[in-house]
Write a protein that binds this ligand. Structure first.
Ligand code: ZN
Length: 239
């Protein structure tokens, strides 16, 4: 009798922002929330086409979801991976390229600290019951995330950088970390990908193109493949 095929892994894709929260607004008026959703749809298409994954999206349309709701969505479904997709803005419009973020109690650099503050403040759109968490609280959350989850997140981040570079223009030192609230699931390896910056005209123009989003998604899919291939290898070695 043929062995039963392995159950498909569940990958949760989180298109950043949405609804009353537009995210960053590009030089030519593009909303980050739209680019993030279009890229998440493309990555879902490519992951599902491989036949190896189930994919769910925290949002499939232009709707606001608090950060806690995004984490809870992945936790409730027992996701194997959580990937939050963004294209934010920086004060320096010259900065361009993709970058990958994991959760840590302290930021890797001032630019990332600024980015995390901006991402965490998305909940200001949710009303008085939600408050963007302070960096101190985010640090406490980071320390509660299990060690295996932290290691898995770091491995996924490395796979992402390794597969995106050089297919996609990258920020210098593209693997960075800070207290991103949306990455706080204790048991799910989680990363946040900035596919580029809306504050940079070249990045904005690229992300508006379907062929560029397909290239970004293809690189991210290769990283997901590499992540699970290594995980399977480690499981076999351990058994
Ligand atoms: Zn964002």
């Amino acid at each position: 009798m043929a062995p039963r095929p392995a159950p498909k892994r569940l990958v949760v894709l989180d298109a950043g922002h949405g609804g009353k929260d537009p995210g960053a607004i590009g030089i030519s008026g593009t909303y980050e929330k739209s680019v993030a959703l279009a890229a998440a749809y493309e990555l879902r298409r490519q992951l599902e086409a491989s036949g190896r994954y189930r994919v769910e999206m925290t949002r499939e349309r232009d709707v606001f979801i608090p950060l806690e709701g995004r984490v809870g969505f992945a936790e409730a479904r027992g996701a194997a991976l959580f990937v939050s997709m963004h294209a934010d803005a920086l004060i320096d419009h010259g900065v361009r390229g993709a970058s990958v973020y994991t959760l840590a109690p302290t930021a890797s650099d001032p630019q990332t600290a600024q980015l995390a503050e901006r991402e965490n403040s998305a909940d200001r759109f949710a009303g008085p019951q939600y408050h963007g968490l302070s960096p101190v609280v985010a640090g406490i959350l980071a320390s509660l995330v299990r060690r295996e989850t932290r290691l898995g997140s770091a491995r996924l981040a490395r796979d992402l950088v390794g597969n995106m570079d050089p297919a996609v223009p990258m920020l210098p030192n593209p693997a960075r970390h800070a207290g991103f609230v949306v990455l706080k699931a204790a048991d799910i390896p989680s990363v946040l990908v900035e596919m580029g910056f809306m504050s940079n005209p070249q990045d904005e123009a690229a992300l508006l193109r379907a062929d560029h989003r397909a290239r970004v998604a293809a690189a991210m899919k290769r990283a997901v493949d590499a992540y699970f291939a290594a995980a399977d290898h480690m499981t076999r070695m351990a058994s």
